[in-house]
Design a protein around this ligand. Sequence first.
Ligand code: 13P
Ligand code: SF4
Length: 319
Amino acid sequence: MLVVGDGCMHGETIDYQREIARLKKERKAIILAHFYQVPEIQEIADFVGDSLFLAQKAASTDAEVIVLAGVHFMAETAKIINPSKTILLPVLKAGCSLADSCQPSDFSSYVKQHPDHAVVTYINCSAEIKALSDIVCTSSNAEAVINSIPLDQPIIFAPDENLGKYLEKVTGRKMLLWSGSCMVHEDFSLEKLLALHRSHPQAKVIAHPESEQHILKIATFIGSTKKLLDFVQSDDSKEYIVATEAGILHMMNALVPQKLFLPAPSYEENTCACSECEYMKMNTLEKLYLCLRDQQPRIELSDQLIRQAGIPIERMLEI
Ligand code: 13P
Ligand code: SF4
């Protein structure tokens, strides 16, 4: 699907798609987009993926400029992994409630109180939090990361408590869990989801592990955005209720158009009857065009922070 986005500046109409393609060539840039981005950004991106894939692409690209169509921690991660590149984020204030729930001064004191613990952090956190960590993980590799740590080594897991509880279950490890959460994945209404399931009894419930335990309990399959996509392509059901940010439905519909995907309903009476990330949705074609045109906003981090935060990310990429 190609959506023609055009805007008006000084009376001129701008064909954003054409201009973005032109600027991309001129700046030797690539666009990396997360599955939660609006469809028109996913369509124009060079690569669309989950957090792990975007980090891997940021590490391996030879482009001079990386536009991260996602949120702040993703762009920071790209800068840490590949510091010589110019990293652009279309909207600087595209943050993350999960990253915000773990502030460096609080986390630093917590880590100091547990000096014998290995510190594992979910990639959805700031560079400062990564710098306080032994190893980083994403939802795609979290289980493998936890399993790579010796059994007698106690662990702090931060900042997502829901993912932490899920990992405790699948790995059998007890961990100290930070009590952060993602507002998008905590917004699913179990009552509405069960009602939706009653009207689509054949549908399988599939969920992201950032969701709360009562949602995960009724899910047939739990996984990262990439794993959910792989599942719906290989599984033989025809209908799914999808408990993650609704942006993923675009790729699901594109990959398996013959199946029906229903977004898990949120508590709120919103127009999409789904749960959307207001930060991910701050990026638009216009903002993408402007950031390529102006080469702003850029992600800048100190050399020391890049060095410190790079160590736990490198450890993750080795796994
Ligand atoms: P993944 O794409 O790695 O599953 O992460 C989901 C998410 O919440 C990103 O902000
Ligand atoms: Fe953060 Fe949740 Fe939005 Fe992902 S979906 S960026 S975890 S608030």
